[in-house]
Ligand binder design. Structure first.
Ligand code: NAG
Ligand code: NAG
Length: 554
């Protein structure tokens, strides 16, 4: 095949997407063309700045020529380092080892990726390149902000860049989720996402730059206003609306999307407020929440979101795999852990254990719940007394383990993995599996903003995303990140019932999407309280946290 010979030694990375289409004839046509054209370099489309993959464009053209059929999406080939076009090829491999390598460790994604999302990402990358810190457009935008000028009036040079600045709030899991949500909002509104890097320890040496040829870090002293941003900040959307002012004229606005937000801040999720915000060149936000489902409530984004995500249940999965590439330091930890714990195993199980002050449970009870869950769902093999162990395996291979299963436990405390390890050490398993239990770290408690601790936590999230099966603790954002990156529906440990393990120890999650714990619960049309879990088709209350909502494919 032509594409093969062009690629020469790198033919293994050729993309042969399985195209999910409405008609079988188009599948054949699209596959043929994709096979011929994928692997060619990405080229600028005739539209100028926009970069699209030739493969993706051909698939789209093939379909529009045929009329009725619509390509839903492609599922990338497991050997494809660009994840079916999700990742840009325009990076130096060594600057970020994890970017093109993580795919070799993970199970291949089974979640369809739409060509529309791929082209939206390439378009975003060119916008980011044009507007990022260090560019003339950025200097002009900053100049206007310093002069306290509003967003009205065109930039004499013709290009105007609008920004969305993320400011850290809460722990690493929450931060990853709020960055992903902010990025989706930036994609929908043609804003450039920048991360507030004022406090170095927050972001230092954690992630690689996700956008080619530019940075997503806002240089520490660039933003002229440097005050603590809280729910009462005068420049917040809520305060502005509370004073009866129109937010549209402001040079910058603060969006308070933290769990304690009040009704005026929640109007962010209303269409008319979104119209006003379009005129504000700088938006700064703080969130401790995965507010993506809230964006699906806003009518003006509905069409674009359904094109980017024809299936709504893999939003974080795709955005997470696109954005979060661990830095070389963190990747070093990940590959070391992987080499020691997972590499030799036939089956990999990740267990993420987290206790919350608001849902207390004793270590004994929680351990019991974990065992009950994993045995009942056949995740971990049942144990038998040592003496009986070798008889039941029987046969000539009686002495040989049937299967090697590795279990990695992630927890702030060591007890759970120690007990599991002892259990399998003292007993055999009925089917003779060789069990090994590991725990990379036990840090005692979470120190928000501690650089080394963040690095270890990220390494653990990434390692667990390489599992074949994951068990997570309900409501934990750390668990959401693991399941999202893995693309797996986790077994979720149900929260304690009055301090005791619940009767049902765990449930298979209905979606891989994270839960939005504090939805607005506001009805923009009636201007009154409303139940976000009953407003639109694809948003339902979360199973692990009924107060929250999540995206489901129904
Ligand atoms: C950046 O963060 C610092 C402190 O972490 C805060 O004082 C400042 O207001 C933030 N600036 C922006 C633009 O988010
Ligand atoms: C199990 O294996 C051990 C060592 O190979 C042997 O000593 C023991 O007798 C066996 N037990 C049974 C019940 O076969």
């Amino acid at each position: 095949m032509a594409a093969r010979s062009q690629l020469g030694g790198r033919s293994r990375s050729a993309v042969r997407p399985t195209t999910v289409l409405l008609t079988a004839a188009i599948v054949a046509a699209a596959l043929l063309m994709a096979a011929v054209l994928f692997g060619a370099r990405w080229t600028p489309s005739s539209a100028g700045e926009t970069w699209v993959s030739t493969g993706v464009r051909v698939v789209m053209n093939a379909v529009s020529d045929q009329g009725a059929a619509v390509p839903l999406a492609t599922v990338p080939d497991p050997g494809d380092r660009l994840l079916g076009g999700l990742l840009s090829p325009d990076f130096d491999d060594r600057s970020c080892l994890s970017r093109y390598r993580a795919a070799r460790y993970r199970r291949a994604s089974r979640h369809a990726l739409s060509p529309h999302l791929v082209s939206a990402l390439r378009r975003y990358e060119s916008l980011h390149r044009l507007c990022a810190p260090g560019t003339p457009a950025y200097a002009r935008a900053l100049g206007r902000l310093r002069a306290n000028a509003s967003g009205d009036g065109a930039d004499p040079s013709g290009t105007r860049c609008d920004y969305l600045v993320w400011t850290p709030n809460a722990g690493l899991g929450n931060r990853i989720l709020s960055i992903a949500a902010g990025f989706l909002y930036a994609l929908l509104t043609d804003r450039v996402l920048l991360l507030n890097g004022s406090r170095h320890e927050d972001l230092d040496d954690l992630f690689c730059e996700p956008f080619p040829g530019s940075t997503w870090i806002l240089p520490p002293r660039d933003f002229p206003v440097r005050k603590k941003l809280t729910i009462d900040t005068a420049e917040s959307l809520g305060s502005t609306l509370g004073r009866g002012e129109a937010p549209g004229g402001a040079p910058w606005l603060y969006l308070h999307l933290v769990h304690n937000y009040r009704t005026p801040d929640r109007l962010f999720f209303c269409d008319d407020v979104q119209t006003q915000l379009r005129r504000v060149p700088w938006l700064v936000f703080q969130a401790d929440n995965y507010f993506v489902p809230g964006l699906f409530l806003i009518p003006r984004y509905e069409r674009e979101l359904s094109r980017m995500f024809p299936r709504r249940d893999a939003v974080f999965h795709h955005l997470g795999r696109y954005l979060f590439h661990p830095s070389n330091t963190v990747w070093g930890m990940v590959t070391r852990y992987h080499g020691s714990y997972f590499a030799k195993a036939d089956e990999r199980l990740g267990i993420q254990v987290r206790t919350f002050k608001w849902a207390p449970i004793s270590t004994d009870d929680f351990y019991g719940q974990i065992l009950k869950c994993t045995h009942r769902e056949n995740i971990l093999p049942a144990v038998v007394a040592r003496a009986a162990a070798n008889t039941s395996t029987g046969g000539a291979d009686g002495q040989q383990a049937a299967k090697r299963k590795a279990v990695v436990v992630v927890s702030l405390h060591g007890e759970y993995s120690e007990r599991l390890r002892d259990l399998y050490h003292e007993h055999g398993t009925a089917a003779g599996e060789a069990m090994s239990v590991f725990q990379p770290t036990h840090l005692g408690e979470q120190h928000i903003g501690d650089r080394q601790q963040n690095q270890k936590a990220l390494a653990e999230m990434v390692l667990l995303s390489f599992s074949d099966v994951v068990v997570t603790t309900g409501v934990s954002t750390f668990g959401y990140v693991i399941q999202g990156l893995a693309g797996l529906r986790p077994w979720v440990l149900v929260r304690p019932d009055h301090g005791k393990a619940p009767d049902t120890p765990c449930r298979l999650a209905p979606t891989i999407e994270p839960c939005f714990h504090r939805p607005p619960n506001y009805d923009c049309r009636t201007k009154a309280r409303g139940d976000t879990g009953r407003t639109v088709q694809h948003i339902r209350h979360c199973e692990d946290f009924p107060e929250g909502v999540q995206l489901l494919e129904s």
